[in-house]
Design a binder for this molecule. Sequence first.
Ligand SMILES: Cc1cc2nc3c(=O)[nH]c(=O)nc-3n(C[C@H](O)[C@H](O)[C@H](O)COP(=O)(O)O)c2cc1C
Length: 328
Amino acid sequence: MKEKLKSAIKGNPFIVWLRILFDKIGESFSLTLYSGSTNQTKDIFKKQAELQIRIHALEKGMSIGTVKVGFGKEKAFAIIKDLVNLLKRGGAKQFVVESVSVLQKYVEFNKNMGADMTEVERYLHKLCSCYDIQIMDVGGIYNLSLKEISSKLKSPFDEFSQLRFSVRDFGTSPLNIEHVYAALRLCERTPSACNRQSWRLHVYTENKLVAKMFKLQGGSKGFNEQMQCAILICGDLRNYGFYEQNLPFVDGGIYAMNLLYALHYYGVATIPLTMGHKRRITKKIKQEMHLPNHEVPVLLIGVGTFKDNYKVAVSHRYSYCEYVKLNQ
Ligand SMILES: Cc1cc2nc3c(=O)[nH]c(=O)nc-3n(C[C@H](O)[C@H](O)[C@H](O)COP(=O)(O)O)c2cc1C
């Protein structure tokens, strides 16, 4: 009798709602304190993180197949101004060196396309001379070829994994959907918490649905029309207890990376696209795409084919030594 009562209380929706509410309130304090959205003016680390997103946006722009000549000048001016402020406030010089190097690539890229970049260059040089910044060979774009990539798709992992890039410059040859199915089959082996396999996938290939999905996601402007398929990875909340609300994103994230590699293995061009939106937007996406209420969107993958010659953003990576602590 006591056990029955205990399990009835445990599973009672009102009790669970209270427990979730209690957890979320607790969580909201550290989220408010540590979230990148707060105190950017005081916290240099947060400011750097925000700047990195804006610098990467310029790099992404360079990797879009049909980018406008001289794009992003206003953004570049604002970034340079903020980099100067960052240095004045004691920000990491190495970060500024890397940022300036990406900006230099951005200037060269636009100049090569025939844009007048004199003003941006002048600002950039002023920053470099005032703070003794030596430009490095960091960031920008790589020009790749389908021939080169295809010959390495079945290489050992250490080579294969280094050749997957987010593509924003897709080809027009039709996507072979059998390759998508083959990749999905490989991903059946993805590990998950307690082997729950709670990912739910929505694969869109009809033009109208593909276009609608990318428009709602909003992060593929300039190349959304080149993609032929959209794969939305969601997590099924019914598989998780109230205390494991982040696990759908962990399981879904692991699945997503596996799928990116699997698609690459079959010669399919991809790009991961964020589903981290404000609640209002997520709600709209769920409604418009008729997603079940018990699913949470984890990641969208844009899918297409490779061009014979295409470009990708370099997206400079830190050495693992910068974020790995061994026995500390
Ligand atoms: C969770 C996630 C969300 C992303 N969202 C977007 C996006 O909305 N738009 C975009 O152009 N790229 C997006 N990207 C691609 C990243 O910019 C890219 O993965 C990163 O710069 C590393 O480059 P790489 O994928 O070529 O190695 C996203 C990547 C991840 C992992």
